[in-house]
Design a protein around this ligand. Structure first.
Ligand code: SF4
Length: 366
């Protein structure tokens, strides 16, 4: 079965990587862009994530390796002193048992990103490098190719939560532009600024006004995906306290329950934003290839304007779930493909993985 949502998402990621125009930093310099997919926090995952980075900071981040730094490692790496010091005196109280800090120190040492030594029965640490301030803005994009009334209602509720929490600097919805007229207006009401004429304006009214709208003309037949801005988003107050909407009345005539909210303090938001950026740095958007059966002889990467995974047996771009060990049509690469070093050492599947990994690495280089 084809998956329009999955391929739509990959197309949006490629457009974003190619065309996203980030804001400039405080010093007026351009930002570098990292794109990832399916990332967020425990209770919320965004389809496409754009991390706008300080280019020098991004280059400095590279010395810590391509694997992400999780919250425990960040605590160590960001606070490790320049000169040798007992770790309990050098690091701020983590708010959780120190034994986890010791574990993180040993992991950081194994990865070569801090140094440790024994002084009696004390562990001393010092940093190898200063951890840079590399993240400028985080932009979340929700992909919804078929924005019908019920999808808009469900999405509207979810996006209100995103706006209230303000963990991302901007939130967008990307939906398929089905109109062939792309008449645009930069002024006027929200209705008249929609570029895809057949994207029902009434549906947009169900989305929070702070959320931007992108109308997407998917690529194919040698054409790259094109995207128009139908509505500009508002910048969200990421440095202010956020509101977590825990529960809200469903609005039915018999529903007398009250909405429940929680406060999200700015420190928590700052930490989560950095953890999300670290995961984006590690994964990028090509991580789909890590779980797909690239070692199946039916697996291909096809360029129809955008690059997509392709199943020659099924004749469509498969999802990660479809293209897995449980696929009944999985056909392993013949062993001779791997031994003859054709076309790239290790067989075509490994070669495709390496190709995508090289492309992923290029995006980390500002
Ligand atoms: S594992 Fe299945 S879906 Fe994936 S390429 Fe092979 S036949 Fe196609």
């Amino acid at each position: 079965m084809a998956s329009p949502e999955f391929t739509f998402e990959l197309r949006v990621c490629q457009w974003t990587e190619r065309e996203w125009t980030p804001g400039t930093g405080r010093d007026g310099s351009d930002s570098a862009v990292l794109v990832a997919r399916q990332l967020g926090i425990r209770e919320r995952r965004w389809d496409t994530l754009v991390v706008e980075c300080d280019p020098e900071g991004l280059a400095a981040r590279a010395v810590f390796g391509t694997d992400r730094l999780d919250s425990d490692l960040l605590h160590v790496v960001r606070n490790a002193p320049k000169e040798w010091a007992y770790y309990r005196e050098a690091l701020p109280d983590p708010g959780y048992p120190w034994r986890y800090v010791r574990e993180a120190i040993h992991t950081a040492d194994d990865r070569g990103i801090v140094e440790t030594r024994r002084a009696g029965n004390r562990i001393e640490i010092r940093r190898n490098w200063h951890y840079p301030d590399w993240v400028r803005r985080i932009v979340a994009i929700e992909n919804k190719p078929d924005l019908d009334a019920s999808a808009a209602r469900a999405l509207g509720d979810q996006l209100e939560r995103d706006v209230a929490l303000a963990l991302a600097d901007e939130v967008w919805v990307a939906t398929a532009a089905t109109g062939d007229s792309a008449e645009r207006s930069s002024a006027g009401s929200r209705h008249s600024s929609c570029s895809g004429e057949r994207v029902e304006p009434a549906l947009f009214e169900r989305l929070p006004v702070e959320v931007g709208i992108l109308t997407v003309t998917p690529g194919g037949n040698g054409e790259r995906t094109r995207v128009d801005t139908a509505w500009e988003p508002s910048s969200l107050a990421v440095d202010d306290p956020g509101t977590r909407i825990v529960d809200r009345p469903d609005g039915g005539p018999n529903d007398e329950s009250a909405a429940r909210f929680e406060y999200a303090d700015p420190e928590w938001k700052r930490a989560k934003r950095l953890e999300i950026a670290e995961r984006a740095y590690e994964r990028g958007w090509r991580s789909y290839v890590d779980t797909m059966r690239t070692d199946c002889r039916q697996f291909e990467l096809r360029d129809d304007g955008d690059t997509l995974p392709w199943c020659a047996a099924k004749g469509h771009s498969p999802t990660g779930r479809e293209c897995s060990g449980s696929c009944p049509e999985f056909t392993p690469e013949p062993p001779q493909w791997r031994t003859r070093g054709w076309p790239i050492e290790g067989g075509p599947g490994k070669g495709l993985k390496r190709l995508l990994e090289r492309q992923r690495q290029r995006q980390r280089d500002p």
